[in-house]
Structure formats: C-alpha cells, structure tokens
Design a protein around this ligand. Sequence first.
Ligand SMILES: [Zn+2]
Length: 105
Amino acid sequence: MPVYEYRCEQCTHQFEATQSVHARPEDTVCPQCNKVGATRMLSAFASKVKGSHKPGFEEIRAYDMLNERMDRFSKLPPAMGKRVDVTPDMMSGAGAAAPPEGTDA
Ligand SMILES: [Zn+2]
C-alpha cells in the first residue's frame, strides 16, 4: 500500500500514513490532535491542490465548453457541410481559450 503524507489543518502536524488507495483524506485522523480530515500532500501536485482548489473543476469547465461548441456546430447550416469530430485538440483548445474568471489562482 502507498504511503501518503498528510498535514493536519488543526495543529499543522505533518505525518505519514500507509493507506489503501481508496482511503479518503477526509477520513484520515491526525495522530497528534485526533482531528479528522487531514490534508493529503501529494508531492507532485502539492503546489496545485492547496488552498480552495476544487478537484475536477477545470475538467468540468472543459466539458461545458465542449458541449457549448458542439451545440453551435450542430446549428450550422448544412452548407457548412463538414461533420465535426471531437478531438483532444479541441479539448485543449477550449482550455486555452477559457476566460480567467472564476479561477482560484
Ligand atoms: Zn492535528
């Protein structure tokens, strides 16, 4: 089982816990103050997931924008002719064009 690093928001104690990959951070108890809900520290992503970042938010917005595009494409007159396939390039394009509003950064 993998070892996770946690930090307790209550007493800022940092500790490691060997857990199942299915274990949830919100179920993790601080060994020092027994507060439930320690923050899992992912070394590779620690700088990205801290603060109020909501996991999956970017992904959800990308899907929303994609749906919006598909909606527009579906309304194009037949003369425009071409069937549009959804590609990963469209997804990344949607992300790059996203307005900065609503971000936590
Ligand atoms: Zn604690």
